[in-house]
Design a binder for this molecule. Sequence first.
Ligand code: ADP
Ligand code: MG
Length: 264
Amino acid sequence: MAQIDVSDLTIEYKLPKSDGVFKAVDSVSLAVEKGEFVTIVGSSGCGKSTLLLAIAGLVKIAGGRISIEGRDVDGPGQDRSVVFQEPSLMPWSTVLANVRFGLQMRRWKKDDITERAMRFIKLVGLEQFSDYYPHQLSGGMRQRVNIARALAVDPTVLLMDEPFGALDAQTREIMGEELLFIWERDRKTALFVTHDIDEAILLADKVVVMGRNPGHIKDVMQIDLPRPRNGEIVDSPQFVEYRKRLRRHLHDDMAAMQLVREAV
Ligand code: ADP
Ligand code: MG
């Protein structure tokens, strides 16, 4: 049995000022194995965030089901950590206090909390900054704190929605490599939403390609590149092949949108 099992999932949003609904995700099925790194790509509005939020237990399921280790998801849970594009740090607390907070919320043993928080702050390379406040850090550093906090609680599954989306291209690349380095240590099951093709391939064991109207899965690409990986792999012939295939998919999606536009 897969660790995460999404079967025939449909998510609908209520339309404002009417009784109607908008189908954001339509009959999506997906199996994620323990320790797998899965990335989800697709053009804007194809339901990537909705799918991730559903797995996080943060949106209502209209049809189908999601289970994690055999248990149905019916709300948020301690087995899942979520990292969003905007780091949700408490501005009045230091880096250490922010990472400690996650552990306190989950009732970790008091004596272990500071030590454990420091271990993860060190892991993301911020040990010199543990008593800094979020506004004293760069965007990349803030996102590192966010990741440290998400990992410190030892979730079964790490869910990330475009965590590097707000960073400049160069910082983004570095963060991607760092995330891989961190992930290699304990290989937590990870779901990572991005619209960056290279990022999607570099990180993944499996790339899920989504299409729109309504949101569905178009393809699942197995990525057979050796690990550990670093940024240099993007020039390898195999990587270039994967990139071509992904581009074609996303291009088809954009072309389909164009046709719709021309028809109206
Ligand atoms: P993506 O993350 O791929 O850009 P989303 O999952 O955010 O896509 O959105 C999928 C579709 O659902 C979009 O058309 C979006 O406008 C719609 N949508 C997202 N969130 C809501 C909401 N809270 N209420 C109504 N519609 C929503
Ligand atoms: Mg999104």
